[in-house]
Design a protein around this ligand. Structure first.
Ligand code: M6R
Length: 608
């Protein structure tokens, strides 16, 4: 997804901006650009494709100055061309704008501006902003930005510079994350802290409606009526090396291998072993209030939606409360039955997914209490939810979500324990669950030891064109997640299905060319799944089975076996997903795919 970085201070802006763009690469992008004030005026350089192309442009035609803005673009309005790359400038080339988000009324505004004589050069919605600001400009950039934004419908995080009000950056946020970095007489703006973390750890997360003005002397934040606002400075406590590859070939592999440690972080300080329950600081509800809910709705997208499905099983089984799981993109436009006795759990790694954020706001408007399960600290969902829990997975850079998923499942279980113990879960059962949770990190590390074997398996299957992933109960979502991992990074078509549902259609696809991955732990539905394996094998499929031990019932029915340690039923997805992540990873690498930045995908989908 698009990324923004801006700098004003005594140093040259270029190196800071290009380095910042590199840090934002993981978000996914298809073009990049930079605008710098060179002392006389504005200069921009843009390139379609990777940041290295922009660097070539800069090497061929250098620009230099102490104030600048830069952007990585992920195309929405208009193709990923050099012309459509940001920054966009006004007719005179005095104002440059970088923008994340979507200007929904851009075609109407564009017509009006063209009628007033403005000349557009790109197909983007963002260019409208440059012309609107030009039209409103009367000497003060912040006043012009505030006026221009009055006309705009949609979402934005923007950074603007102008040669007519030099050495200043004006930034504004509505619906798209933006933060300020506070340095020593130098200031930054960025859509993501990783872009500026090499320079400062002191940041201000802007709220929707904030307009920030940064120059060499300092910064201030205004509201839409130019009134000064006070905003808290937060200290970032994670390190850049946490977001660097740490010796692994790809971020995704590093993140898969971090899962023992990351789920330890999710659990840290939150388990009350003796009482068989959890302690959740950010819940913002008393026990009495927690008991008032009639139902739970969980909303999320993608991988987070898969963890939601596991949460549904846990909550219904142990807390005995009705739960529905909704795709956030569907929920926001339905007329869902939500009351002030509904608990709406919102799950998001980034905390910025546009559909999930909108679904949360919809649930809030309808009176629900919203509870965010979020990884990125200070993100929109984290800040706007009524209560919540950070999963503490650490920065997840690979576009394919891995450690966030396992941490989300743990966070859901922590919440389930809390609620279930208040309702009807026995202390004995609570303690058993905690014991199993505590064993997980070592069990994950054991599974990771089998990575070389899974790599061999990947060699065997790398040229397959389709895959089926089957599981039941708690492992139907695991099957969905395994299939999603494979398709998003290897571009092999893959489907996840409930194992028994397969005979109602997908079974027609099965032949000797179809690899089928079965999740077959020794759980309450094991015998049923064995029958499903038999059905598939009888049609010639090559079967890969994830098992939890020696299984005579599977003898002769499976071709490859990956063994994971046994655990309680609800925690099997946390273990079973690890070999599936590795299988997807190695297949993608062997196919030469760009694992960390798969085509067409963005880390954080901040558009609808
Ligand atoms: O940041 P979020 O958890 O809200 O993101 C939701 C999905 O966009 C995300 O899980 C996506 O499906 C990943 N590419 C999956 O690996």
């Amino acid at each position: 997804m698009c990324g923004i970085v801006g700098y004003v201070g005594p140093n040259l802006a270029n190196p800071v901006l290009v380095e910042g763009l590199r840090r934002l690469e993981y978000r996914g992008y298809d073009s990049a650009g930079i605008a710098v004030m060179n002392g006389n005026g504005l200069e921009t350089r843009k390139a379609a494709g990777k940041i290295s192309r922009l660097e070539e442009e800069l090497a061929a035609s250098p620009i230099s100055g102490n104030t600048g803005i830069a952007h990585t673009r992920w195309a929405t309005h208009g193709a990923p061309t050099q012309c459509n790359a940001h920054p966009h400038v006004d007719c005179k080339g005095h104002i440059a704008v970088v923008h994340n988000g979507i200007i929904e009324n851009s075609s109407v505004l564009r017509k009006q501006l063209e009628a007033n004589g403005h000349k557009f050069v790109s197909e983007t919605d963002t260019e409208t902003l440059a012309h609107l600001i030009e039209e409103a400009f009367e000497g003060s950039l912040e006043d012009a930005v505030i006026d221009a934004l009055q006309e705009v419908e949609g979402t934005y995080g923007i950074a603007v510079i102008s040669s007519d009000d030099p050495d200043k950056i004006v930034a504004a946020r509505k619906g798209s994350p933006l933060l300020l970095g506070i340095g020593d007489n130098e200031f930054y703006v960025a859509s993501d802290a990783s872009a500026i973390l090499a320079h400062t750890r002191d940041v201000i997360y802007l709220d929707d409606g904030d307009i920030a003005v940064l120059d060499r002397k300092g910064y201030h934040v205004l509201d839409e009526r130019s009134r000064r606002l006070s905003r808290k400075v937060s200290r970032i406590d994670w390190d850049l090396d946490q977001i660097e590859r740490g010796g692994f070939d790809h971020f995704m592999l590093k993140e898969i291998f971090e899962q023992g440690a990351s789920i330890e972080n999710t659990m840290r300080g939150r388990l009350l072993d003796g009482e068989g329950t959890s302690k959740l600081g950010g819940i913002n509800l008393s026990d009495e209030e927690l008991l008032q809910f009639d139902n739970v709705v969980i909303t999320a997208c993608g991988t987070s939606w898969h963890s939601a499905l596991i949460g549904e099983h846990m909550l219904e089984e142990m807390a005995r409360i009705p739960v529905e799981v909704e795709y956030a993109s569907e929920f926001r436009y339905r007329n869902p039955i939500i009351t002030d006795r509904t608990l709406c759990i919102v799950i998001s790694q980034s905390g910025e997914t546009a559909d999930t954020l909108a679904a949360m706001r919809e649930a809030k408007n309808r009176g629900a209490f919203t509870y965010g399960i979020v990884n990125v600290v200070g993100s929109s969902i984290a800040r706007e939810s009524d209560g919540g829990i950070y999963v503490h997975a650490g920065p997840e850079i690979g576009v394919a979500s891995t450690k966030a998923f396992t941490c989300q499942v743990i966070a859901l279980l922590l919440f389930t324990l809390k609620l279930a113990r208040l309702r009807n879960l026995s202390v004995v059962r609570g303690r058993e669950i905690i014991e199993a949770m505590r064993a997980l990190p070592a069990q994950i590390r054991k599974i990771l030891d089998s990575a070389p074997r899974i790599e061999d398996l990947a060699e065997e299957f790398k040229d397959s064109t389709n895959f089926l992933y089957l599981g039941r109960g708690y492992n139907f979502p695991t099957a969905l997640e395994g299939a999603l991992k494979l398709k998003e990074i290897s571009y092999i078509h893959a489907e996840g299905y409930p194992a028994a549902e397969m005979k109602h259609g997908p079974i027609a696809l099965i032949d000797a060319e179809m690899p089928v991955v079965f999740i077959t732990p020794h759980d309450s539905v094991f015998d049923k799944v064995v029958s499903n394996v038999q059905e598939v094998k009888a049609r010639g499929a090559r079967v890969i089975a994830i098992t939890t031990g020696e299984e005579p019932a599977l003898a002769g029915k499976i071709d490859y076996e990956i063994r994971i340690p046994p655990t309680i039923e609800m925690l099997i997805p946390v273990l079973a997903v690890v070999p599936l992540q590795l299988l997807a990873y190695y297949i993608a690498v062997k196919r030469g795919a760009n694992v960390d930045q798969p085509r067409n995908l963005a880390k954080s989908v901040t558009v609808e």
